[in-house]
Design a protein around this ligand. Structure first.
Ligand code: RET
Length: 250
């Protein structure tokens, strides 16, 4: 835990504004989600709404200085670890991939593989950010990027095959959503490298703004686009009659 008065003004205010923006994003997706009139739509709404809600909590934690630690590097330099980001991402990035994979109609094996790789990517990214030995930071970065490359490979090669089985329209919407996700996600490891966790070419305030813009887009804009696509397509599954023959004990 650090005292937030140690942040520069840009970092401090960006954390607060993003916490509020994620709160607003949660409400927007909640309103959008309430209008989903299929089981499938409601399923996506639950997944999508939790994503900015979790981020709002973790941004609040960072703004209060709770989600941030200070470590000493082997060379004697001090390093801030914004572990709140990793706590956010380790839950929200698997949910984002789940949202996309469910949209494609992927099987459990593919969903499990994607989510497992994703957790590995974020956990090893956290090891990168927390390593005291500078060279080890890059070793972990490379391991994390390895997992990321396999995720990209899977969403570009496997998901389209599943989506095509449900028609051209779903396949084309999947392509658009997948490209949006891939472009946004691709920037994270690069920002990490140039930011204070890596080469420190970019100062903390700019890095914080960069992550904030990426996070809001990858969660709220992506979530809204996904729910809109779900709403405009025919459901993948046959709808069960609400509640018919189903009890809470089933
Ligand atoms: C790190 C650093 C180590 C290498 C790699 C990374 C990738 C992070 C990604 C994060 C995505 C976050 C999202 C948040 C949504 O709001 C951990 C930065 C590969 C891809 C989408």
């Amino acid at each position: 835990m650090v005292s937030p008065d140690q942040f520069d003004a840009l970092t401090y205010w960006t954390l607060w504004i993003t916490a509020a923006a994620m709160g607003v994003g949660t409400i927007i997706l909640y309103i959008k989600g309430r209008n989903m009139d299929t089981d499938e739509g409601r399923e996506h709404a639950v997944v999508s709404i939790f994503i900015p809600a979790i981020a709002a909590t973790m941004y609040l934690a960072m703004a209060l200085g709770f989600g941030v630690s200070r470590i000493s590097l082997v060379g004697g330099e001090e390093q801030l670890v914004f572990w709140g980001r990793y706590a956010d991402w380790v839950i929200t990035t698997p949910l984002l991939l789940l949202d996309l994979a469910l949209f494609a109609g992927a099987d459990r094996e593919t969903i499990g593989t994607l989510l497992g790789l994703d957790v590995m990517m974020i956990v090893t990214g956290f090891f990168a950010a927390s390593s005291a030995q500078p060279v080890n930071r890059y070793v972990w970065w490379a391991v994390s990027t390895g997992a990321f490359v396999v995720i990209l490979y899977a969403i570009f090669t496997k998901l389209p095959k599943f989506a095509s089985a449900y028609g051209d329209e779903r396949a084309s919407s999947l392509g658009t959503l997948r490209n949006l996700l891939a472009v946004l996600w691709f920037v994270y490891p690069l920002l990490w490298l140039v930011g204070t966790e890596g080469a420190s070419v970019v100062p903390l305030g700019v890095e914080t703004v960069g992550y904030a813009v990426l996070d809001v887009t990858a969660k709220v804009v992506f979530g809204y686009a996904l729910l809109s696509s779900v709403g405009s397509l025919a459901p993948r599954r046959r709808e069960t009659e609400t509640g018919a023959g189903v009890t809470a004990d089933d």
